[in-house]
Design a protein around this ligand. Structure first.
Ligand SMILES: C[S@@+](CC[C@H](N)C(=O)[O-])C[C@H]1O[C@@H](n2cnc3c(N)ncnc32)[C@H](O)[C@@H]1O
Length: 180
């Protein structure tokens, strides 16, 4: 079982599990168009156009997954961000010839994800999987080393110190139920 409260990220996992070849086809198209652009400004315009499509045109799930991967490969420092309204606000990166399609990786992960339950919601909903046969791995938002380095804006509601403490308590509860 995998869980994340970011539905756009979870959608990528589900598409890789269920329809990898369609995803590969779309990413090949995006990569071809993006790499054909010579100037950084043209690439930035392409990026912004795709961001508008993602935020405003309600694309289907496969297109959303392809665009999400494209943004993560081309945005500033690969940092995901959304604004207070929950709209994707990633900014354009260096404009280098980033590899957008990694078909071997998609096919490899497609195999790994067969039979995996993929949930999108708060981590607390995973409590029902606790028990002596369970192993939990958490990859929560990082606590920034300083205010300037704040990097907790994965979701509109920041994951603050209270959330980190609550998560630690949740881990303790899982342990008491026999989970590793
Ligand atoms: C460091 S990132 C981990 C990224 C992830 N492992 C991946 O596949 O890329 C932290 C993740 O915690 C998720 N998150 C934040 N608050 C959450 C919550 N209350 N319940 C579940 N996931 C949450 C964010 O959506 C974000 O994807």
């Amino acid at each position: 079982m995998i869980n994340d409260s970011n539905e756009s990220l979870v959608n990528v996992y589900r598409i890789i599990r269920d329809t990898p070849e369609e995803l590969v086809g779309l990413l090949a198209g995006i990569q071809g168009e993006y790499h054909a652009l010579e100037e950084r400004t043209e690439r930035r315009d392409y990026f912004m156009k795709k961001r508008r499509v993602f935020n405003e045109e309600h694309p289907d799930d496969i297109t959303r997954a392809a665009l999400f991967i494209f943004f993560m490969r081309t945005c500033y420092n690969g940092i995901y961000s959304v604004n207070r309204k929950g709209r994707l606000s990633v900014t354009f990166g260096t404009g280098s010839r980033a590899r957008i399609l990694e078909e071997e990786l998609i096919r490899f992960n497609h195999k790994l994800l067969q039979g995996v339950i993929i949930l999108d919601g708060d981590y607390r909903q995973t409590e029902k999987y606790a028990g002596e046969k369970s192993f939990f791995y958490f990859d929560p938002p990082y606590k920034p080393v300083n205010e300037a380095g704040a990097c907790t804006s994965y979701m509109p509601d920041d994951f603050d110190d209270d959330c980190q403490i609550e998560l630690a308590g949740f881990c303790k509860d899982l342990g008491e139920k026999g989970s590793k």
